[in-house]
Design a protein around this ligand. Structure first.
Ligand code: NDP
Length: 452
């Protein structure tokens, strides 16, 4: 049978774009890609990229203060949100264009439309056009999930955070994950009076307990009112803002309520089930280790599969799919030992096992150091950096590393290479320190703090 395309990709985010480009440019495939929103997907348009730029913007007040301690005669007249937002939008336009150009240069045909499956080899665009494809890749990502509380429509999600007409005076962030904690810090840094409600006992569930405690303490010291064990019962519009009735009996008023209570795979209304693709309980597309769905011609990568929902993972899954199917290089992407960073203030970088996970596997040496880094110590701040290594007593391998402090994301990227290679504590010890840095602590911690 002759197909219109060798590959049709639904979704122009990180995973879909990588798969399309490799299949076309390196696999010689005829590729079509449909995107209903803006090219670049969540990461570029409404996630990692604009978020990180907002993190940078929100760090300046503290840096300006520190600059004074270093002898600089600086004064700030305040933050111009519309100016920043305009520059941010221009940067996103630039990035979106870069994505389009890259795909066009690779020979991919772009369709600015929603696409749905008709069957195992056909997709239908919103304008009614139908294309046949030998392979179809579902790379539709995810979307924010907001629980069904009365008044939830008064709240916004991370999607809207980058387009606010003005910064609020008082904000409530609901949730305790990556997105909630990062936006609490951003808002607080930008001068917004920020509260965060989290239903559990401590924010950033799933991360190393000591590290998440360190982040939470620092966030509170920076002025964020974190209310753990607290959830919203209902939201109500008032003349001055939005009143949040909470499970702790409180009623507080805010100008902005941001729900960051997780994300769901974008799998509804795509004709997946009718075509025979299996979905899980959360709506995620079920795939094999090759990212293949229950229908052999249909694959899926990225957040829609709800494996490890991180941009670089989606990229690797998309690349592995294209290598396997279009380049004749069978490639499985394994999802273990993936480093990640949470861009809270302070930042957290993490790889491998938490102390709790390592201890459950066997005797573990814990090396932990919390200290005041020289840059902010000099400026009179009380900020502390945490460096932590978890070492298996049996194998001497470093099983996990957790860093909280400025540049933690950058540091953990490099630690990830060593841990991925199976480095032992003695390998770390043999490494000569780079002085004076914060990261030198990673190679100079000689005695375990405890054995668990
Ligand atoms: P997370 O799953 O990390 O966090 C969701 C939070 O919302 C949790 O604290 C959860 O509580 C809470 N929650 C869930 N349901 C409810 C509910 N019904 N009522 C009240 N609270 C609720 O999701 P995020 O949205 O923060 O992030 C989504 C994904 O995006 C992450 O998993 C991550 O992979 C990715 N991401 C990565 C970033 C990075 O790498 N820096 C940045 C941003 C996102 P509980 O803990 O009790 O379940």
């Amino acid at each position: 049978m002759n197909f219109d395309y060798d590959l049709f990709v639904i979704g122009g985010g990180s995973g879909g774009v990588r798969a399309a480009r490799i299949a076309a440019a390196e696999g010689g495939a005829k590729v079509g890609l449909a995107e209903e929103s803006r090219m670049g997907g969540t990461c570029v348009i409404r996630g990692c990229v604009p978020k990180k730029l907002m993190v940078f913007a929100s760090e300046y007040p503290a840096e300006i203060e520190d600059a004074r301690a270093y002898g600089w005669d600086v004064t700030s007249t305040g933050f111009d949100w519309p100016q920043f937002r305009t520059a941010l939008e221009a940067e996103l336009d630039r990035l979106e264009n870069a994505y389009r150009t890259t795909l066009k240069n690779a020979g991919v045909t772009l369709h600015d439309a929603r696409a749905e499956l008709v069957d195992a080899h056909r997709v239908k665009l919103a304008d009614g056009a139908v294309f046949t494809a030998k392979h179809i890749l579902i790379a539709t990502g995810g979307r924010p999930f907001v629980p069904d509380v009365p008044g939830a429509d008064l709240a916004i999600t991370s999607n809207e955070m980058f387009h606010l007409p003005a910064l609020p005076k008082r904000a409530l962030v609901v949730g305790g994950g990556y997105i909630a904690s990062e936006f609490s810090c951003i808002l607080n840094g930008l001068g917004v009076e920020t509260s965060q409600y989290y239903r559990g006992a401590q924010i950033l569930r799933g991360f190393d307990d000591e590290a998440r405690g360190h982040v939470a303490n620092a966030m509170q010291a920076a002025g964020i009112a974190i209310h753990c064990g607290t959830d919203v019962l209902r939201l109500e519009k008032t003349s001055a803002g939005i009143r949040a009735h909470a499970t702790d009996g409180s009623e507080r008023e805010f100008d902005l309520v941001l729900y960051a209570t997780g994300r769901k795979p974008n799998s509804a209304g795509l004709g997946l089930e009718a075509a025979g693709v299996l979905l899980g309980r959360n709506g995620e597309v079920k795939v094999s280790e090759w990212s293949q769905t229950a229908v052999p011609s249909i694959y899926a990568v990225g957040d829609v599969t709800d494996r490890v929902n991180l941009t670089p993972v989606a990229i690797r899954e998309g690349h592995a799919f294209a290598d396997t199917v279009f380049r004749g290089v069978p490639t499985k992407f394994t999802h273990d030992t993936i480093a990640s960073a949470v861009f809270t203030q302070p930042e957290m970088g993490t790889i491998g096992l938490t102390e709790e996970q390592a201890a459950a596997l066997g005797p573990t040496e814990v090396y932990a150091a919390a200290f005041r880094p020289m840059k902010t110590l000099f400026a009179g701040r009380n900020d502390r950096v945490l460096m932590k290594l978890l070492v298996s007593v049996a194998t001497r391998k470093v099983l996990g590393c957790h860093i909280v402090g400025p540049g933690a994301g950058e540091m953990i990227q490099l630690v990830a290479i060593a841990i991925g290679m199976g480095a032992t504590k003695e390998d770390f010890d043999r490494t000569v320190a780079v002085h004076p840095t914060m990261a030198e602590e990673l190679v100079t911690m000689r005695k375990p703090t405890r054995v668990v």
